[in-house]
Design a protein around this ligand. Structure first.
Ligand code: A3P
Ligand code: MG
Ligand code: MG
Length: 381
């Protein structure tokens, strides 16, 4: 036996192993029973101010204020004079979430490490909610691919998005019109949110997209223990509202629906993204402002996240929540079998393009490395 072990040629290791090297994204493969997805529990929150400084508190949380029954909210107002954009060239990776983890480590579940006397996080996956949203919608996405960098450290997989070349090019060649339309979503938030309970919105203020309030939730998808953070637009101002995340409200804008084709596109594409984004952290309500062609919100509707699956069911060839969740489940299992080496300097880079399988490559000490040295050092002490 000893002799055979020495004789085994190293280049054959991959052929002998049963680790799959690709993952299909064909929707039909994921039409199984809905997986176990535990009710997400908020374990904390944090805020980023107008300069993108981190605070371990809820100072940026805003309160929803219902607009008039016949609103006329001009979303274009202030675009030139009072719009401060976050610098999207700065890649923050998981840094704010990692800062939150270090500040709240004693409150998080931990387990004895396998190979040392240290305690490690009793969590399988740490990531942003937005990255999970992209996974949920992958079986139905036909336009934009993604790249996710995965590092195993202390038994936990850290998942951080890498901007694709196509996404970088479209960001750098964004038109003025597109830039203005991105502003509209934030302007709607300004019309419908107040800084304090009982206060009024201030549409004359500056829209600064550096500011954010983020919830951190814990949940489980099948066997995968998840810890993730997502930006929250506002909360129900009623102090008797249920505890977070159930009191949170997601705000959205969309073009008015006039033609059957517009309704079909809204249900098939927009509601899919809205559902995935809010279902993941357990945000129960989505308030949508519908705008006319001049960028004025003329009606406001509430969607209950839990009833969206029923709304879309009657559509021919619609998306299925179970496909979204099972694909995410299988991707996380795939990532766990692939990312075996526990090393903060190693990145398993998962790449996907529409009409292709998910593939991955392995990189050591490369520009893809994203776990900061300060995080690794403090987690090891
Ligand atoms: P809408 O959602 O009304 O389109 P969120 O809804 O996730 O809270 O994001 C707030 C706004 O940010 C969005 O408003 C949109 O204007 C902008 N935004 C968010 N994600 C975006 C993306 N991937 N591309 C372009 N704009 C985006
Ligand atoms: Mg938001
Ligand atoms: Mg929103």
């Amino acid at each position: 036996a000893e002799g055979r072990k020495h004789a085994r040629p190293e280049r054959d290791v991959s052929a002998l192993s049963s680790v799959p090297r690709i993952l299909s994204t064909r929707a039909a493969l994921y039409e199984r029973d809905f997986p176990v997805y535990k009710q997400p529990v908020e374990v904390g929150c944090f805020s980023l101010d107008s300069r993108r400084t981190f605070f371990n508190d809820a100072r940026q949380l805003r309160y929803y204020v219902e607009p008039d029954r016949k609103p006329k909210l001009d979303l274009r107002e202030g675009y030139r004079e009072r719009y401060v954009r976050r610098d999207e060239r700065v890649k923050e990776n998981l840094d704010h979430l990692l800062t939150w983890i270090l500040a709240n480590r004693s409150k998080l579940p931990s387990r004895p490490a396998a190979s040392s006397s240290l305690l490690e996080l009793d969590v399988d996956i740490v990531t942003w909610r937005g990255h999970l949203t992209k996974l949920l919608t992958t079986p139905y996405e036909t336009q934009e691919g993604w790249q996710l960098a995965v590092t195993k450290f202390g038994g936990t997989l850290y998942v951080s998005e890498v901007e694709t070349e196509a996404a970088r090019q479209s960001r750098e060649s964004r038109t003025e019109r597109h830039d203005e339309m991105m502003y509209w979503g934030y302007k709607f938030e300004q019309y419908t949110c107040a800084d304090e309970v009982g206060a009024c919105p201030n549409p004359g203020g500056v829209v600064n997209t550096n500011e954010a309030f983020c919830t951190v939730v814990q949940t489980r998808l099948g066997p995968h223990k998840l810890l993730f953070s997502g930006e929250v637009d506002c909360r129900d101002p009623d102090p008797l509202a249920p505890p977070a995340p159930s009191c949170y409200i997601e705000l959205k804008t969309s073009a008015e629906i006039r033609m059957p084709k517009q309704r079909r596109n809204f249900l098939r594409y927009k509601l899919l993204k809205w559902w995935a984004q809010s279902f993941l952290p357990g945000v129960p309500r989505i308030i949508a402002g519908f705008r006319d062609s001049d960028g004025t919100v003329v009606s406001v509707e509430t969607y209950h996240t839990s009833t969206i699956p029923q709304i879309i069911k009657s559509e021919y060839n619609s998306w299925k929540p179970t496909v979204c969740m099972n694909f995410c489940f299988d991707f996380l299992s795939f990532a766990k079998t692939a990312a075996i080496e526990d090393d903060p300097r190693v990145v398993y880079l998962f790449s996907w393009e529409p009409n292709r399988d998910v593939i991955y490559s392995v990189h050591r000490d490369s520009p893809y490395t994203f776990l900061p040295e300060w995080y690794v050092r403090q987690m090891m002490s």
